[in-house]
Design a protein around this ligand. Sequence first.
Ligand SMILES: *[C@@H]1O[C@H](CO)[C@@H](O)[C@H](O)[C@H]1NC(C)=O
Ligand SMILES: *[C@@H]1O[C@H](CO)[C@@H](O)[C@H](O)[C@H]1NC(C)=O
Ligand SMILES: *[C@@H]1O[C@H](CO)[C@@H](O)[C@H](O)[C@H]1NC(C)=O
Ligand SMILES: *[C@@H]1O[C@H](CO)[C@@H](O)[C@H](O)[C@H]1NC(C)=O
Ligand SMILES: *[C@@H]1O[C@H](CO)[C@@H](O)[C@H](O)[C@H]1NC(C)=O
Ligand SMILES: *[C@@H]1O[C@H](CO)[C@@H](O)[C@H](O)[C@H]1NC(C)=O
Ligand SMILES: *[C@@H]1O[C@H](CO)[C@@H](O)[C@H](O)[C@H]1NC(C)=O
Length: 485
Amino acid sequence: MPFCWLLACLLVAAAADFSVSPADAALGINWGTIASHRLPPNTIRQLLLDNGIKKVKIFDADGHSLGALAGTGIEVMIAIPNEMLAAMNDYENAKNWVKQNVTYYNFQGGVNIKQAPIFKICSPLSYNGSFTNVTFPALKNIQAALDDAGIGDAVKVTIPLNADVYDSPVDNPVPSAGKFRPDVADLMSQIVSFFSKNGSPFTVNIYPFLSLYGNPNFPIDYAFFDGTATPVLDGGIAYTNVFDANFDTLVAALDRIGFGDLPIVVGEIGWPTDGEANANVTLAEKFYSGLLKRLAAKQGTPRRPNADIDVYLFSLLDEDAKSIAPGNFERHWGLFTYDGRPKFPLDLACDGHSRWPASAKDVLYLPAKWCTLNPSQSNASSKLSDNVDFACSSADCTAIGDGGSCSAMDWRGKASYAFNAYFQTQYQQLESCNFQGLGELTEQNISQAICNFTLQIVGWSSAANSLRHNWRMLAAVGGILVLMY
Ligand SMILES: *[C@@H]1O[C@H](CO)[C@@H](O)[C@H](O)[C@H]1NC(C)=O
Ligand SMILES: *[C@@H]1O[C@H](CO)[C@@H](O)[C@H](O)[C@H]1NC(C)=O
Ligand SMILES: *[C@@H]1O[C@H](CO)[C@@H](O)[C@H](O)[C@H]1NC(C)=O
Ligand SMILES: *[C@@H]1O[C@H](CO)[C@@H](O)[C@H](O)[C@H]1NC(C)=O
Ligand SMILES: *[C@@H]1O[C@H](CO)[C@@H](O)[C@H](O)[C@H]1NC(C)=O
Ligand SMILES: *[C@@H]1O[C@H](CO)[C@@H](O)[C@H](O)[C@H]1NC(C)=O
Ligand SMILES: *[C@@H]1O[C@H](CO)[C@@H](O)[C@H](O)[C@H]1NC(C)=O
């Protein structure tokens, strides 16, 4: 899930074109890199091109990612990490950051500047003052630095906010009654007014999956787009899905403070496929099919009909090293698996037709070896659970956790899964399949009918690459988005 699902985030968006012209209507996608084994940036570049992706959001100004995007024409949005926000309160630092991470790439033939870098600042909207004290000043400094660098018209700063900053009153829970939460209302007014003056969009993360996850009484059909037995009636409008209702609650909240026309970007939206009862490929496919169908139809929402909504899907790939504090599903938001295989057909072209996306090309795997529980072991010893815990403390065991796709395996299967996950994460080093004598190496694919056992990819490390230094030679037109986390 989003880095900041519990947090409200600031997004800085640049870009001349948050107004809704059909040419800009391409789908965006979030490209996160918190994986134990990363696909090489150039493999991702090809994957994006093969699938016609026109816009990408990345979570830091990593030179390798930006280098891979140079020359592709792909518009890029970059985040600024949260921990850098305090430093950005010093204007000189903000200026340096813009110089090194934006202006550097922002020239004809570099990363797409026509659509302009979008700076996305995502930071904890902790309502105790740190936001007003740190994030908002950082936002203003970055924009001022962009203006000084002469690219302020093209590149804007915005803050991705979670949908928790607005709501409707409990006694009138309809979108048209939407308003910003009282404790952040003043702050939101200041921010929104800054956005408006500056030509930045409001950026919001909308997660119907989390609405469902957080509320056992949430009607499941309301999370999708196929209508519902119990629509929310709002004046003459029947809301049949939480996306429309959520989006329009925001529109109403903006309207209420005088900015009803402010452009809105959906910075993150998606559905995970593992790690929780409702996180599976069937439901994810259903969600994306409904979402993309309506985006393709450009039907907008009841309060903004016929609008071409600007959307960044969350996310490109599964990321097996993300924090699972939000839930085990957090590592399974990818439209593609860790090794770049599509999970289900979808309409990435937004032309009304679902098809299987292209897979990542020329992916290199580790040798066909797995680590398994030595079959002669019994489950009696506490040694087993200690070793499983050890393996899972640094490898991804979410598939065997509650609600996971492999949770139906017996204890042997689960122990083997854990051992293998660790062994693969450790690049199959021999000693990483020891587990105090409980582990055993095998060259037989130990996948079971109900569970695939991972074979990791070779993995890419930035140290071995120096794209940053030669990317300028690539011909490019692209955009940049900056996020602050
Ligand atoms: C961006 O610029 C700053 C200098 O202000 C630098 O320290 C940082 O490493 C750069 N790169 C990223 C990814 O933020
Ligand atoms: C309050 O602000 C401080 C920073 O000044 C931060 O460390 C802390 O986590 C914040 N608390 C909450 C509840 O947001
Ligand atoms: C924010 O600034 C105010 C005024 O300078 C100060 O009183 C408050 O403690 C600060 N809050 C945080 C979380 O730093
Ligand atoms: C996906 O999840 C739904 C809801 O929990 C469940 O009814 C359905 O059987 C699941 N589908 C698969 C293929 O697991
Ligand atoms: C241990 O294994 C036996 C059979 O080998 C099984 O009946 C029992 O449920 C297992 N115990 C645990 C805690 O998994
Ligand atoms: C292992 O077996 C599973 C299930 O049959 C299959 O999907 C997977 O591709 C196999 N892996 C390798 C490396 O052969
Ligand atoms: C295992 O992976 C293959 C693709 O390699 C897929 O077709 C199959 O459904 C997977 N099996 C399970 C149980 O997830």
